[in-house]
Design a protein around this ligand. Structure first.
Ligand code: PMV
Length: 338
């Protein structure tokens, strides 16, 4: 559905990592140093239409109706160049993207964005990739997008750095089977600041890997976190999942705080929410926090307790907004006018 030749529309959802991706070993190919694992959300979808335009001399890219310019536009056109090279097509495209989440605020808009773009461009240019191929392709736009190709829980394999062969092939995401009904997971998303981040995740990762004395220890411990996370998910042990997710995220932020100069995404409002999460745990509620490249907090809890958690978090963020998310669907094509 959703794709006449040369015209396709795709929908993808953001994902939140429970074991983080932080740091590239190859910037060009977007190959990470570590494996990561995430939950795709059922909120904040991105819808992207890619229409080939045989008469055009350049791509037209709009986000929420406004033309994209500068670096964000360059990232999209570079991505389309990659698709064109693979498709053997010179045709430029009209790309129209609708985000339902603030862009560039550490709320995974690039993950849903490039997963939707990869899915729509694959269909419009007739590449015919399978889900693994789409995940590898989405990775080139934004690393975390490799995971949003899949619904539910997904692991993104870093791939073997030095086994010879094509390193692109080894780095892709795939679904992780999780007893979702038993785990009953929700992420309460506390948007304390919807503004764009001051430092891009790309630059922050580069600086962290190059200068932070804490980067290597975190990467090593993250590998252990991943093994523990997979086991905790298999057992549907929400507290174990949350404990590992929270320490992995705090460790990631520690690597940035130790970078030179420091990268600090966490704000006073972030810490206020973290205090509220601690209070919830003291009151016997399973609630665990994770933060990405921004001050916003995602609180992992049971779906059955999500309203209570959201109420406490709402008190803590005041002016901010709070959303409850569950596990969401894979990226998919859909009808352009649906
Ligand atoms: O996909 P990027 O390049 O925007 O990287 C984002 C990385 C984090 O969101 C901070 C962590 C993750 O694994 O999603």
């Amino acid at each position: 559905p959703g794709s006449a030749a040369g015209d396709a529309t795709a929908v993808a959802h953001p994902n939140i990592a429970l074991v983080k991706y932080w740091g590239k070993r190859d910037e060009q190919l977007v190959l990470p140093w570590t494996d990561s694992l995430s939950m795709t959300l059922d909120v904040f979808p991105t819808t992207t239409r890619v229409r080939l335009d045989p008469g055009a001399g350049e791509d037209t890219v709009t986000l929420d109706g406004a033309p994209l310019e500068g670096e964000p536009r360059r990232r999209v056109t570079a991505f389309l160049d990659l698709v064109r090279e693979r498709a053997g097509s010179p045709l430029r495209a009209v790309v129209d993207t609708r985000n339902t989440v603030p862009t560039g605020a550490g709320l995974a808009s690039s993950a849903s964005g490039f997963a939707a773009l990869a899915t729509a461009a694959d269909a419009a240019y007739g590449l015919g990739l399978d889900a693994t191929g789409l995940s590898r392709l989405a990775r080139r736009g934004s690393g975390s997008a490799s995971r949003s190709v899949f619904g539910g829980f997904a692991i993104w394999h870093a791939g073997q750095p030095d086994r010879g062969g094509d390193p692109d092939l080894g780095s892709y995401a795939e679904p992780v089977p999780v007893p979702v009904a038993a785990l009953d997971p929700a992420l309460v998303v506390a948007v304390v600041d919807a503004g764009p981040k001051a430092v891009s995740s790309r630059e922050a990762m580069r600086r962290t890997v190059a200068t932070s004395p804490l980067y290597r220890p975190w990467a090593a411990s993250s590998q252990a976190d991943l093994a523990e996370m997979r086991e905790a998910l298999r057992r549907a042990d929400l507290d174990a999942v949350g404990e590992v997710a929270e320490r992995n995220a705090l460790g990631m932020h520690a690597t940035m705080l130790a970078a030179r100069p420091a990268v600090r995404y966490l704000s006073a409002a972030t810490l206020t929410v973290l205090d509220a999460v601690l209070e919830l745990r003291r009151a016997g509620v399973s609630a665990w926090a994770t933060m990405d490249a921004g001050p916003n907090v995602k609180v992992l809890c049971r779906r059955s307790e999500a309203d209570r958690v959201a109420g406490v978090v709402r008190e803590a963020v005041r002016g901010g907004s709070v959303h409850i998310a569950g596990p969401g669907p894979a990226a998919r094509l859909r009808d352009a006018d649906a």
